[in-house]
Write a protein that binds this ligand. Sequence first.
Ligand code: N01
Length: 539
Amino acid sequence: MPEMSSSEMGAQRLDVVVVGAGFGGLYAVYKFREMGLKLAAFEAGGNVGGVWYWNRYPGARVDLPSVDYSYSFSREIEQEWTWSEEFASQPELLAYFNFVADRLDLRKHYQFNTRVTNAVWDETRKLWKVTTDRGETVEATYCVMATGPLSVPMDPQIPGIARYKGELLRAGKWPHHPVSFAGKRVGVIGTGSSGIQIVQEVGRTARELFVYQRTPSFTMPMRNQKLEPDYVAEVKRNYAGLREAARNSPNGGVRPWTTRAFFSVTPVRRRELMEDAWKAGGLAMLGTFTDLLSNEEANEHVAEFVRGKVDEVVRDPVTAEKLKPRGYPIFARRPCLDTEYYETFNLPNVHLMDCVADPILEITEKGVRTETGETELDMLILATGYDGLTGALTAFDVVGRGGGKVNDKWKHGARSYLGLMMEGFPNLFMTTGPNGPAALANIVRISENDVDWIANLITHMADQGLATVEPTKAAEDGWMELVVRIAQRSLLNKAKTWYLGANVKDKPLGLTLFTGGFPKYREYCAAVAQAGYRDFTFE
Ligand code: N01
């Protein structure tokens, strides 16, 4: 399709507009172009990459094996791209996105540095009007929000941030220029996946590092390694099998998995298995026993094993004790994978600041004031998380049938059918949406599943001469009932996390992710299509 200028985009009716240039958006653009659809795409960032465009902080890397965290839809991409590390760094991931965009000539469909400010369904003309912060509006039959589950970073609810006169950096909006920590007193607020990766990196070069920790995370050694050419060649020969295994695994990835329950083996054997998993690194521990997220007692045994590892590394017993997560099950928050995170706290320049014992009161011009006093800082880094799952679509007006807004629909929690569509919002699709398995399974596999499903539905409509599609209320109610019912069994409910919306003030609290595993999710999606989309109304 020839490149279109923005005025040309606005002048004609498009088939589809895609928002986002992460894994979901890029694949959607490719797929729809191959279907011959007339399309346009917008991306707030300056280029492709999604979260990997924004998260340029030092030490940023993926916590799934790179060979798995990559597209499966193109044999050419699989064969021509070579991963250099088991867990790719952000620069390598960004290079991958750029490689895909160039190889498939996708960039020309995007308008970058362009944020969608509202999307409104035109009932009479049966199309979406999508307006951007550049003031233009495009019209398209379908709108695909590939806006990602973790694309709206949040500042902490601490007064005074605007007052701070030192360097203020945010993990999720890291600057493009090199950042030096040498000779500086640096503070990091937040000890989730982002904070841990930053701390272990900055601790090595900063003059002093102050780590503001409110809730310690469970973290396990990543044990990242360079990939040997022989291994890469083997993977390339066997990609088809690897993808099939990933699609059929509960997490959508080739992680270790088991059917062994914790109490089905002897205490000695359990210990051996946990030691092996610790030595293997990565998410091996999660695959050690099958009931870790359903049996609280089993979970506590594994949690205690991991806490014990802190004592083996951290020399100061007081610091070690503070670093041990307590009060919530292991894996109920996203498990972190680190590279010598605990070792960082043995460095004389690194100080753990306990925000529970000594809460942060405010950010001052010079640094951070806690109950016991002010710490002056040259640089403050915020690694304080995201308005996850729903944040991207509630950040602007998405207006459906009869003027209904997504913000109103989700007032009491996200609702959708399969995490893909919403009643009241005809022809609007989401990839990796809330109420699907996003966050609990490999985002690349979910994105491909979702885009393929959307593409099939659009093809079905073209074949049948249909103009609009929308899930029935009954279908959406049924899906939400299922999602909520099976989620109640999960220990994920027992931690305050972005999975539940617990990290955002006044956000409705609840686990509305599909916790039934990726294969089951795929089955549901496929069954809906096979049944002729009877859960939808068409016009
Ligand atoms: O965010 P988080 P993240 N005072 O929400 C703290 C993915 N990811 O960006 O828990 C003090 O986990 C907050 O404390 P608490 C991954 O899916 C993946 O780190 O609210 N602290 C918490 O410690 C992950 O789950 C990768 O008590 C405050 C931290 O900020 C998701 O992104 C890398 C505070 C936020 O942790 C989000 O991870 C990075 C306050 N007022 C991210 N407010 C990899 O692939 C907040 N906090 C490796």
